[in-house]
Write a protein that binds this ligand. Structure first.
Ligand code: MN
Length: 381
């Protein structure tokens, strides 16, 4: 067991990305891959929607995965009944806690929010499933009410609170202090659920852990509404390498999962995507490539193989001679420093003209051209 439990919500919140729909077969495949990765809980969908959504959750619950399977619900009995019909062993019961949501969306009162939450939790509790009570818009909720809500949920039988930064308005310091304050007042597990509207979703999730949260929710590739959610791959590797926590996931599975979800969602991964992007272990600039070639830890925190990637020394405008020599020697070519200098200047000219890096064939072509021009060629290649 890892120190912190991971809750994947790709199949529910991730699919709520505008314009994204997973086929049921894809949902099942993603659930299997998440289970192989080793996440602790998988939120599979919203059973009350019925139709394919209901069938997908039911099929995932039947797979017999190691992870708990969560059905997502409003704090409404018929929602929970639909989840239970799917055979899930966990339910998320969601209700807004901020006044802005209570007054303008639910058009009700704090008292009614507590009442409906308790009714829903009591109902689920009889069925013996794991219960997460989701405080929607928790980050804009009055602190006193937040504590009262958490205490009431615990008394009703909830196993944890999901603290939702629904609009992504928090900063890591505020999150850490807020979670610590809730934990001080109520002895209940907390799951962080953070959105990326200001680019701080992963940082806020990690900050929640520093504040005492036991669970972190995330989506593969940070998929989700608007700017998305905390990214699963960032959270897992952040817990391991930034916080130094024990993790029970196998990060080698991350890259394949990321690409599967990128394809299934039709949302291409940027090359610079943290942890799993194509360029995460690509070095071009002379100083970086030289360092990474001599001792990878100079510019890499962990080995690329840890996440199923490979180190790449890219030849381009910013390359230095060390990378040119290494690249050509690896291909069996003889090259000394003087020739490497000549090759490098031609590489720079070509890279600027083409506005891109050079491929292996282009580098070899330039190398041969240099030998020819300088009368160094032993025989025509
Ligand atoms: Mn969300």
């Amino acid at each position: 067991m890892g120190d912190i439990k991971i809750v994947d919500v790709t199949l529910r919140d991730g699919e709520q990305t505008a314009g994204v729909v997973f086929a049921n077969k894809e949902k099942i495949q993603i659930a299997k891959m998440l289970d192989e990765l080793g996440v602790d809980q998988i939120e599979a969908g919203i059973p009350i929607m019925g139709g394919d959504e209901f069938e997908a959750v039911k099929a995932i619950a039947k797979l017999g995965l190691k992870a708990d399977i969560i059905g997502w619900n409003r704090a409404v009995i018929k929602d929970i009944e639909a989840s239970l019909k799917c055979g899930v062993n966990a339910v998320a019961i969601s209700i807004s806690t901020s006044d802005i949501h209570i007054q303008h969306k639910l058009k009700t009162t704090r008292e009614r929010v507590l009442e409906n939450m308790v009714k829903a939790v009591n109902f689920a509790k009889q069925e013996g499933v794991y219960i997460s009570v989701n405080a929607e818009d928790a980050s804009r909720t009055d602190m006193e009410f937040m504590v009262e809500f958490a205490k009431t949920a615990k008394a009703a039988g909830a196993d944890r609170i999901r603290y939702c930064d629904t609009v992504g308005i928090m900063d890591p310091f505020k999150i850490m202090n807020t979670i610590a304050a809730i934990k001080k007042n109520v002895d209940i597990d907390i799951e962080m659920h953070t959105h990326n509207d200001f680019g701080m979703a992963t940082a806020n999730a990690i900050a929640g852990v520093l504040g005492g949260a036991e669970y972190v929710g995330a989506t593969v590739n940070g998929l989700g509404e608007r700017a998305g959610n905390a990214a699963l791959e960032e959270v897992i590797m952040g817990l391991k390498h930034v916080l130094g926590k024990e993790i029970s996931q196998d990060p080698k599975k991350l890259r394949e999962l990321s690409y599967y979800v990128a394809n299934a969602s039709g949302r291409k991964l940027p090359t610079w995507k943290a942890i799993v992007g194509d360029n995460i272990f690509a070095h071009e600039s002379g100083i970086h490539a030289d360092g990474a070639l001599k001792y990878p830890k100079t510019y890499e925190v962990f080995e690329p193989s840890e996440v199923g990637l490979e180190r790449k020394i890219v030849i381009g405008k910013h390359s230095g001679t060390a990378a040119i020599i290494k690249n050509l020697q690896d291909k069996g070519y003889e090259i000394d420093h003087d020739v490497a200098e000549i090759v490098l200047s031609k590489v720079r000219t070509a890279a600027i003209e083409l506005k891109r890096t050079l491929n292996d064939r282009e580098l070899i072509y330039i190398y041969n051209e240099c030998l020819r021009e300088n009368g160094l060629l032993k025989r025509e290649a």
